[in-house]
Design a protein around this ligand. Sequence first.
Ligand code: URA
Length: 217
Amino acid sequence: MTIHNLGDENSVLNQFISEIRNTQIQKDAMRFRRNIERIGEILGYEFSKELAYNSKNIETPLGTKSMHLSQDQVVICSILRAGLPLHQGLLNYFDAAENAFISAYRKHKNNEDDFEVVVDYFAAPSLEGKVLVLTDPMLATGRTLENVLEGLKKHGTPKQIHIVSVIGSQQGIDFVKSVFPTDTHLWIAAVDPELNARGYIIPGIGDAGDLAYGEKL
Ligand code: URA
């Protein structure tokens, strides 16, 4: 797997990351969602450099210009609900993308720290020969992505897989690297060192779904 940690470079991306981490600023849910969306736009722009491009003549009012454009069919696959703002950020740049949605949640037995990932809602088009973009804003353990990859197998074989994530734990990234095909790309805005006993990224941001859409029972 090729890992592109874009937070390692100095850019405006780190302003958006600092705002979603900041205890005070992250309380503004609208700004939180918009910042995740902006991060999705930046990561989407970066991964677009890996698509296949062909020359196409574009007619302007005054002449013809040959341009390199991608004909790749992109499918953006997001996990409900925390993945929605990141999904929107990618859709802002990939006008013709198809979409897949999956619901996955962590089921803790008797309030124990250990959990299983339960996948129930699954809506995806054919992936055969397409570019699959899997979004997971918080790549914590990597087990959700593993389950989603397994579930998507019956939808065909994509020609490329890109994972787009906002913050990952080193442990989660190492796990994903061990289960995804070696030619997968990971586009990520920050990598944090630890996971706590409940599987939350430390220092991370807290619960991305709750910050975007409110607490749940
Ligand atoms: N999901 C979150 O929302 N936050 C984490 O830190 C880990 C998983």
